[in-house]
Design a protein around this ligand. Structure first.
Ligand SMILES: *[C@@H]1O[C@H](CO)[C@@H](O)[C@H](O)[C@H]1NC(C)=O
Ligand SMILES: *[C@@H]1O[C@H](CO)[C@@H](O)[C@H](O)[C@H]1NC(C)=O
Ligand SMILES: *[C@@H]1O[C@H](CO)[C@@H](O)[C@H](O)[C@H]1NC(C)=O
Ligand SMILES: *[C@@H]1O[C@H](CO)[C@@H](O)[C@H](O)[C@H]1NC(C)=O
Ligand SMILES: *[C@@H]1O[C@H](CO)[C@@H](O)[C@H](O)[C@H]1NC(C)=O
Ligand SMILES: *[C@@H]1O[C@H](CO)[C@@H](O)[C@H](O)[C@H]1NC(C)=O
Ligand SMILES: *[C@@H]1O[C@H](CO)[C@@H](O)[C@H](O)[C@H]1NC(C)=O
Ligand SMILES: *[C@@H]1O[C@H](CO)[C@@H](O)[C@H](O)[C@H]1NC(C)=O
Length: 574
C-alpha cells in the first residue's frame, strides 16, 4: 500500500467532458442528418453548415447497427428514462452491449442482453455516451476504494469504452465521433477528441494498473507490440520443472505441435540454473524471468498470482496458457478453430460441479459489485447460490488451460483487470479471501467489463480408476483420482489437470505412474457428487457419465510414460 491512493481520477477532465457533451449535442442536432431522417429539431445556425456527416457514413452506420436511427433519437422530445435515473453502471453496461452489436436484437443467445427489452428500445447511444463522459471526472479510486470493486468496475468500464471508441477502428461510432472533432470549425466543438479520450484513458490506466510502466508505456502500446504469433505460455519453478518438461515433450511428440513456448518463472530462486539450461536447450522454448516484466507487481509474486501477469507479459498475440501440471489427449491447437473462441477471442473451462461450504462469499460479493449481470452470467450456477445454502457450487472456472487473443481490446482489458485482482494489495484482501486462487478473476473481469465470454459446456470430470464394487452396489459411476478432466465441446476427453501421469506429482524420480482405467464426463453438474478419499477425490455420478478408458487413450498414456522415462528419468533433453 505504498502508493498514494488518494489518486483523483479524471481531474482536469471536466472541461473535456463539457466539450464532448457539446460535440455530442451538436452531432445530435446536425442539420443534414436531421433532414435526411425527417426530424424536426431546429439546428444551431453556427454549425448548420458542417459537412462531416456524409450520406455514405450514415448508410454505413445503418448497415452496421441495423437501426441506427435511434442513435440520433428521432423523436428528440423523448428523453430516455435511464438517462434520468443516472444509474451510471447501467448506462455503461448498455453502452457496452451496444458496442458489442446487441442493439435492437432480442435473440436469447445474446451475451449481455441489457438492450433486448422492448421497454428499453428508446435507448439513445448519444445520451448514454454523454452521461458516461460527464460522469468520468467524478470517478475516483480513493485509498479505500482499491478494494471497492463497484468503483473499480466503473472506472474500468470508462476505460474500456474510451479505448474502444478511440482505437477500435471497426466501430462506426468511433469513425463518426473522430470526424466530428477533425472536421469541425465550431469553436466550442473544436475539442480534440483524440486528446481528451487519451487523457481519460491515461488517468484511468494509472489508477487501475500503475505497474504497467516501464514494461509498456500504455495499454495501446502493449496491444500494438503484438505480432501475429500464437504460442504456449507456462508458469512454474523448480518443483514443476519435470512436469513442464514432460508437457512440452508430449505436445511436440504426440501432436507434432511445434508452437513456440514461453516459460515464465519468478526469479533465479524459482527456477535454478540447471533447469534453465535444460529448458533453453529445447527447441522453440524460451525461458523468461517474470520479474523483468511489471516488476513493481511481479516481484510481489505469490503462488497463482503469476498466471495472468505471465499471459500479459508474453510476446504472443494468441496465448495458449497452460498450468505446469496439465496434459492433453487432443491437440491444444484445436481450440483455435472452435466457434466460440473465434467469436470471443476467449475460451473458459468449468471447474468441477463441487459443493463446498468455503468460499461462498465470492458469489455474494460478485453479485454485489456487479449489479447488472449479463444474460449469460445469470445462467451460471455460481450466480444461484443462496445465503441459506449450507453448500453451494463455489468453483466456477478451471484456469489450467486458457486460450486468449490479446489483440482484442476486450480480451486485453479483461486480462488486465484479472491481473489487478491478483495483485499484491488486493488478492489477500479480496479475491483469495472470497474465492479460491486466481481462477475466478478471469471471468469476473470479463463479466465486469461486459466482454463476451463463454464456458465450455461440460463441467470438470475426472480421469482415474473406477471403483467397481461401489459403482455396482450404488448403481452409479464412481471414479477416483486426483485429476480434473476436461472434455471438449463435443464431450471427448481433451486435457487434464493435476499432475499428468504421476502417482505423486511432487515425486518426479520414483517413476511411479498411475494406471488410469476410466473417465468421468459431467455434462450437467446436477446429480454429480464429489467425495474426498484423501489424497483422491471420487466422482459419484450417473453410470452413463462414466466410460472405460479407450484403447487409443491407453496407448497414448503408454507413449506419455515412454516420453517421461526418456526425457526426465534418463535426463535426455534435446
Ligand atoms: C471521415 O472523414 C474522412 C475523410 O476526412 C472520410 O473519408 C470519411 O468518410 C469520414 N467518415 C465518416 C464516418 O464520416
Ligand atoms: C416517433 O414518434 C412517432 C409519433 O409519436 C411514433 O409513431 C414513432 O414510433 C416514434 N419513433 C421513435 C423512433 O420513437
Ligand atoms: C426486462 O424487463 C422485465 C420487466 O420489466 C425485467 O423483469 C427484466 O429483468 C428485464 N430484462 C432485462 C434483460 O433487462
Ligand atoms: C475504509 O473504509 C471502511 C468503511 O467503509 C473503514 O472502516 C476503514 O477504516 C477504511 N480504511 C481506510 C484505510 O481508510
Ligand atoms: C474551416 O475553416 C477553414 C478556414 O478557416 C475553411 O477553409 C474551411 O472550409 C472550413 N471548413 C468547414 C467545414 O467549414
Ligand atoms: C509428425 O511429424 C512426423 C515427421 O514430420 C511425421 O512422420 C508424423 O506422421 C507426424 N505425426 C502426426 C501425428 O502428425
Ligand atoms: C518454431 O516455431 C515456429 C513458429 O511457430 C515454427 O514456424 C517453427 O517451425 C518451429 N521450429 C521448430 C524446429 O519446431
Ligand atoms: C453415490 O451417490 C448415491 C446417491 O446419488 C449414493 O446413494 C451412494 O451411496 C453414493 N456412493 C458413494 C460411494 O459415495
Amino acid at each position: 500500500m505504498g502508493n498514494s491512493k488518494q489518486a483523483q481520477i479524471f481531474v482536469n477532465a471536466l472541461s473535456i467532458a463539457a466539450g464532448l457533451i457539446l460535440v455530442g449535442t451538436w452531432l445530435w442536432l446536425d442539420a443534414p442528418l436531421k433532414s435526411r431522417l425527417g426530424a424536426s429539431h431546429q439546428s444551431d445556425s453556427s454549425i448548420a453548415g458542417a459537412d462531416f456527416l456524409h450520406e455514405s457514413a450514415i448508410a454505413r452506420l445503418e448497415n452496421q447497427l441495423q437501426n441506427a436511427r435511434a442513435l440520433f433519437d428521432l423523436n428528440a422530445t423523448s428523453t430516455p428514462s435511464l438517462f434520468d435515473t443516472h444509474d451510471i453502471d447501467l448506462v455503461q453496461i448498455q453502452f457496452l452491449d451496444f458496442l458489442n452489436g446487441e442493439f435492437l436484437d432480442a435473440r436469447p443467445s445474446l451475451f449481455g442482453g441489457s438492450l433486448s427489452n422492448s421497454s428499453e428500445s428508446n435507448f439513445n447511444a448519444l445520451s448514454h455516451w454523454n452521461a458516461i463522459i460527464s460522469d468520468a471526472p467524478s470517478q475516483t479510486l480513493s485509498s479505500n476504494s482499491t478494494m471497492n470493486y463497484v468503483q473499480v468496475g466503473r472506472v474500468a468500464r470508462t476505460l474500456i469504452i474510451a479505448h474502444r471508441i478511440l482505437y477500435d477502428t471497426s466501430d462506426t461510432l468511433q469513425k463518426l465521433l473522430s470526424n466530428v472533432s477533425t472536421k469541425s470549425n465550431n469553436s466550442d466543438a473544436k475539442v480534440d477528441m483524440k486528446q481528451s479520450l487519451t487523457r481519460i484513458i491515461d488517468t484511468a490506466t494509472d489508477a487501475l494498473f500503475p505497474w504497467i510502466p516501464p514494461t509498456f508505456t500504455s495499454i495501446r502500446s502493449m496491444q500494438t507490440s503484438l505480432d501475429d504469433s500464437v504460442g504456449i505460455v507456462i508458469t512454474g519453478g523448480n518443483h514443476h520443472a519435470h512436469l513442464m518438461m514432460h508437457l512440452i515433450s508430449t505436445l511436440r511428440e504426440e501432436f507434432n505441435c511445434t508452437l513456440p513456448v514461453e516459460l515464465f518463472y519468478a526469479g533465479p530462486d524459482d527456477l535454478n540454473a540447471a533447469h534453465l539450461k535444460q529448458f533453453n536447450q529445447m527447441t522453440n522454448v524460451t525461458t523468461k524471468d517474470l520479474h523483468q516484466y511489471f516488476p513493481q507487481e511481479t516481484k510481489r509474486w505469490q503462488k497463482f498470482s503469476a498466471k495472468p501477469f505471465a499471459i500479459l507479459a508474453s510476446s504472443f498475440r494468441t496465448v495458449l496458457f497452460m498450468d505446469a501440471d496439465v496434459l492433453f489427449f487432443r491437440d491444444p491447437r484445436e481450440i483455435l478453430e472452435n466457434d466460440v473462441f473465434r467469436r470471443n477471442g476467449l475460451y473458459y473451462f468449468k471447474d468441477r460441479y463441487y459443493h463446498d461450504s468455503a468460499f461462498q462469499e465470492g458469489s455474494f460479493w460478485f453479485r454485489e459489485i456487479n449489479p447488472y449481470m449479463s444474460r449469460y452470467g445469470r445462467t451460471l450456477s455460481y450466480m444461484h447460490l443462496r445465503r441459506t445454502d449450507a453448500h453451494g457450487t463455489v468453483h466456477q472456472m478451471d484456469s489450467g488451460f486458457i486460450p486468449l487473443d490479446k489483440s482484442r481490446t476486450g480480451v486485453l482489458l479483461s486480462l488486465l483487470l484479472a491481473c489487478k485482482m491478483n495483485s499484491a494489495d488486493e488478492r489477500d484482501e479480496v479475491l483469495y479471501k472470497k474465492s479460491y486462487g486466481d481462477k475466478e478473476a478471469f471471468w469476473f473481469s470479463s463479466e465486469i467489463l461486459r466482454v463476451p465470454y463463454e464456458f465450455n459446456p461440460y463441467f470438470g470430470g475426472t480421469l482415474g480408476r473406477k471403483d467397481r464394487v461401489q459403482s455396482f452396489f450404488s448403481w452409479r459411476g464412481i471414479v477416483c483420482s486426483s485429476t480434473l478432466l476436461q472434455a471438449n465441446e463435443k464431450g471427448e476427453p481433451f486435457w487434464w489437470n493435476g499432475g499428468g501421469i504421476l502417482v505423486d506429482r511432487f515425486k518426479p524420480y520414483d517413476g511411479e505412474f498411475v494406471d488410469f482405467d476410466a473417465v468421468g464426463i459431467d455434462p450437467v453438474g446436477q446429480g454429480t457428487w464429489w467425495v474426498w478419499r484423501h489424497p483422491m477425490i471420487c466422482m459419484n455420478t450417473s453410470w452413463m457419465n462414466v466410460r472405460w478408458l479407450s484403447r487409443r487413450h491407453k496407448q497414448m498414456l503408454r507413449r506419455f510414460e515412454g516420453i517421461y522415462r526418456r526425457k526426465i528419468l534418463a535426463g535426455n533433453i534435446e
